[in-house]
Design a protein around this ligand. Sequence first.
Ligand code: HEC
Ligand code: HEC
Length: 289
Amino acid sequence: MLAVPLLLGAGAWTAVRVTEGRLDRHYEATLVVPPVRAEDAARGMYLMTLAKCGVCHGADFGGGTLMDEPLLGSIHGPNLTTGAGGIGGARTDADLTRAIRHGLAPDGRPLIAMPTREHAAFSNGELGAVIAALRALPPVDRSSPPSRVGLGLAVFCALDQIELIGAELVDHAAAPPAEVPPGPTVVWGGHLARIGSCHDCHGEHLSGGAMAGAPPDWPDASNLTPHVTGLAGWTEEEFYRALREGVRPDGTAIDPRMPWAYTAKMTDDDLRAIYLYLLTVPARPSGQG
Ligand code: HEC
Ligand code: HEC
């Protein structure tokens, strides 16, 4: 009778050790620090809206909480401003490049939960603009507790069910990606979907389904592919309404776990670019990644 709990206990213990070992690693990154110009701050702030930094770092970037669950763990995005408790004043442009593009702390340890694969898609010009926006943030005095990998997150991470350690997913020696020209095009839409982390919740193939590691009260992510269980049949206007007002074509409200308050701030051209991009994604039934 004791065998099952003992086995489960041993499995969980192993998972925690595996995840701790992965978090203890140190990475060397080839840093290409972009030029940072104050006049790019507004562009950088728009990119930070697209990338939804505020979901974890707080709407005022003074620190926030994505989740705080006893069994799963807690994810607190630190205060990015120069206020008391903020890291803004203490980090060089190289430190911020290392954190955002590589998902690494100044000492080379991987940052927990930073969407590094998404941020690695920023061109050098875009990253420079994001750093300019961080430099221009009004100071906020607030401290957040450190993030904690609980049993649940450790198990999901050890089983590679969640992307908790973004630093593992990018090539730290790669040159920054080339600039993608903005406009209502499929290519720009694909770039926006990546930095907007649509794949992060809706799956690498965008067909939605349960999000591993999400707290139990979160709904499944919807299918965004042009399949009948996805967005097939949605008009462009219906798509805009969903991302701007959080309402589906049948009038039902979209759960705020879908960060439509952020997509609501996208320009018309950028929403159109994402719409055009989603039309080109292969159709798949819901829940297939
Ligand atoms: C899904 C949640 C999440 C999102 C979205 C997110 N971050 Fe983070 N970020 C974190 C967490 C959690 C940490 C701290 C991790 C740790 O200490 O291991 C962090 C750390 C950082 C750090 C390093 C802080 C330091 O001590 O040097 C910077 C800089 C940063 N984030 C900037 C950003 C920017 C800019 C964006 C948007 C482009 C962003 N983050 C989006 C969760 C997030
Ligand atoms: C933090 C996770 C998360 C991110 C990031 C995210 N979504 Fe969602 N999205 C969801 C969830 C969860 C739902 C389902 C909400 C519900 O059931 O009410 C959803 C629903 C939707 C819907 C409604 C479709 C339907 O039939 O219900 C659309 C459209 C959508 N997302 C598009 C996007 C796009 C485009 C992006 C990237 C710019 C994106 N989402 C990023 C979690 C996310």
